[in-house]
Design a binder for this molecule. Structure first.
Ligand SMILES: [Zn+2]
Length: 147
Protein backbone atom coordinates (compact mmCIF):
# COMPACT_ATOMS: atom_id res chain seq x y z
CA UNK A 1 0.00 0.00 0.00
CA UNK A 2 1.61 3.32 -1.04
CA UNK A 3 1.81 5.56 1.99
CA UNK A 4 0.80 8.74 0.13
CA UNK A 5 -2.25 7.32 -1.67
CA UNK A 6 -5.10 9.30 -0.06
CA UNK A 7 -7.62 6.60 -1.01
CA UNK A 8 -5.85 3.84 0.89
CA UNK A 9 -4.09 5.87 3.60
CA UNK A 10 -5.40 5.50 7.16
CA UNK A 11 -6.89 8.81 8.27
CA UNK A 12 -7.97 10.51 11.46
CA UNK A 13 -11.73 10.88 11.54
CA UNK A 14 -12.75 14.36 12.65
CA UNK A 15 -15.80 14.42 14.93
CA UNK A 16 -18.44 17.05 14.22
CA UNK A 17 -17.32 19.00 17.28
CA UNK A 18 -13.73 19.12 15.96
CA UNK A 19 -14.32 20.14 12.35
CA UNK A 20 -14.46 23.93 12.87
CA UNK A 21 -11.63 24.19 15.42
CA UNK A 22 -9.53 21.99 13.12
CA UNK A 23 -10.27 24.09 10.04
CA UNK A 24 -9.41 27.29 11.92
CA UNK A 25 -6.17 25.81 13.26
CA UNK A 26 -4.98 24.29 9.96
CA UNK A 27 -5.97 27.38 7.97
CA UNK A 28 -3.85 29.60 10.24
CA UNK A 29 -0.93 27.14 10.51
CA UNK A 30 -0.77 26.53 6.75
CA UNK A 31 -0.51 30.22 5.94
CA UNK A 32 -4.15 31.05 5.20
CA UNK A 33 -4.58 28.66 2.28
CA UNK A 34 -7.53 28.96 -0.04
CA UNK A 35 -10.29 26.35 0.07
CA UNK A 36 -8.93 24.22 -2.80
CA UNK A 37 -5.42 23.92 -1.31
CA UNK A 38 -6.79 23.42 2.20
CA UNK A 39 -9.02 20.57 1.03
CA UNK A 40 -6.22 18.95 -0.97
CA UNK A 41 -3.89 19.15 2.04
CA UNK A 42 -6.28 18.00 4.76
CA UNK A 43 -7.87 15.13 2.86
CA UNK A 44 -4.54 13.32 2.80
CA UNK A 45 -4.64 12.72 6.59
CA UNK A 46 -8.15 13.55 7.85
CA UNK A 47 -11.67 12.40 7.09
CA UNK A 48 -15.08 13.87 7.69
CA UNK A 49 -18.17 12.87 5.66
CA UNK A 50 -18.90 16.53 4.85
CA UNK A 51 -15.34 17.78 4.61
CA UNK A 52 -15.84 19.58 1.28
CA UNK A 53 -18.97 21.38 2.44
CA UNK A 54 -17.35 22.60 5.66
CA UNK A 55 -14.23 23.81 3.86
CA UNK A 56 -16.33 25.63 1.26
CA UNK A 57 -18.35 27.31 4.03
CA UNK A 58 -15.23 28.22 6.02
CA UNK A 59 -14.64 31.99 6.17
CA UNK A 60 -11.55 33.56 7.70
CA UNK A 61 -12.04 37.14 8.90
CA UNK A 62 -8.35 37.93 8.40
CA UNK A 63 -8.41 36.73 4.78
CA UNK A 64 -11.60 38.67 4.14
CA UNK A 65 -9.80 41.87 5.14
CA UNK A 66 -6.38 41.25 3.58
CA UNK A 67 -6.72 39.08 0.47
CA UNK A 68 -7.84 40.46 -2.86
CA UNK A 69 -9.85 38.55 -5.39
CA UNK A 70 -8.54 37.80 -8.85
CA UNK A 71 -4.98 37.23 -9.96
CA UNK A 72 -2.27 38.54 -7.67
CA UNK A 73 0.06 39.40 -10.55
CA UNK A 74 -0.24 42.08 -13.15
CA UNK A 75 1.80 43.41 -16.01
CA UNK A 76 4.51 45.84 -15.04
CA UNK A 77 3.55 49.46 -15.33
CA UNK A 78 5.07 51.54 -18.06
CA UNK A 79 8.31 53.07 -16.96
CA UNK A 80 8.73 56.65 -18.09
CA UNK A 81 12.42 57.26 -18.41
CA UNK A 82 13.01 60.96 -18.03
CA UNK A 83 16.76 61.05 -17.61
CA UNK A 84 19.88 59.40 -18.92
CA UNK A 85 22.09 56.92 -17.10
CA UNK A 86 24.73 58.60 -14.90
CA UNK A 87 22.85 61.92 -15.09
CA UNK A 88 21.54 61.85 -11.52
CA UNK A 89 22.62 59.95 -8.41
CA UNK A 90 20.63 59.67 -5.20
CA UNK A 91 22.89 59.54 -2.15
CA UNK A 92 21.89 58.62 1.37
CA UNK A 93 23.48 57.82 4.70
CA UNK A 94 21.79 55.03 6.62
CA UNK A 95 22.40 53.36 9.94
CA UNK A 96 23.26 52.58 12.59
CA UNK A 97 22.75 48.87 12.08
CA UNK A 98 23.71 47.08 15.30
CA UNK A 99 25.22 43.64 14.67
CA UNK A 100 26.11 41.17 17.43
CA UNK A 101 29.61 39.74 17.12
CA UNK A 102 31.67 37.57 19.50
CA UNK A 103 33.47 40.78 20.49
CA UNK A 104 30.31 42.75 21.24
CA UNK A 105 27.86 44.82 19.31
CA UNK A 106 29.21 46.65 16.28
CA UNK A 107 27.27 49.46 14.64
CA UNK A 108 27.48 49.98 10.90
CA UNK A 109 26.78 53.13 8.93
CA UNK A 110 26.44 52.94 5.18
CA UNK A 111 26.56 55.29 2.20
CA UNK A 112 24.15 54.34 -0.59
CA UNK A 113 24.43 55.66 -4.14
CA UNK A 114 21.67 54.92 -6.64
CA UNK A 115 21.53 55.91 -10.29
CA UNK A 116 17.96 57.18 -10.56
CA UNK A 117 17.61 56.10 -14.21
CA UNK A 118 19.07 52.58 -14.15
CA UNK A 119 18.56 51.88 -10.41
CA UNK A 120 22.16 50.72 -10.18
CA UNK A 121 23.13 50.62 -6.49
CA UNK A 122 26.53 50.94 -4.85
CA UNK A 123 26.94 50.64 -1.10
CA UNK A 124 29.95 51.52 1.03
CA UNK A 125 30.55 51.26 4.75
CA UNK A 126 31.36 54.59 6.36
CA UNK A 127 33.15 55.10 9.62
CA UNK A 128 32.18 58.66 10.51
CA UNK A 129 29.61 61.17 9.33
CA UNK A 130 31.97 63.99 8.37
CA UNK A 131 31.74 65.74 5.03
CA UNK A 132 35.38 64.94 4.17
CA UNK A 133 34.94 61.23 4.87
CA UNK A 134 31.62 61.02 2.99
CA UNK A 135 33.06 62.90 0.00
CA UNK A 136 36.02 60.51 -0.13
CA UNK A 137 33.74 57.46 0.11
CA UNK A 138 31.52 58.84 -2.66
CA UNK A 139 34.55 59.47 -4.86
CA UNK A 140 35.93 55.96 -4.30
CA UNK A 141 32.57 54.19 -4.48
CA UNK A 142 30.90 56.02 -7.32
CA UNK A 143 32.99 58.54 -9.20
CA UNK A 144 36.15 56.46 -9.58
CA UNK A 145 34.19 53.46 -10.83
CA UNK A 146 31.99 55.07 -13.40
CA UNK A 147 33.62 58.31 -14.57
ZN1 LIG B 1 -7.18 33.31 6.55
Amino acid sequence: MPIDDCNTQWKFVLANSMIWPSLHWFHAMLGHLGSHCMHATLQTRYYHPHFCMHIECFVCDECQHTKTSGPSHRLLQDWNITGAPWEEVAVNLIGPWPVSTPHGIVEFFVLTCIDTTTNLVKIARIFKKSSDHIATCFEHTWLSWYY
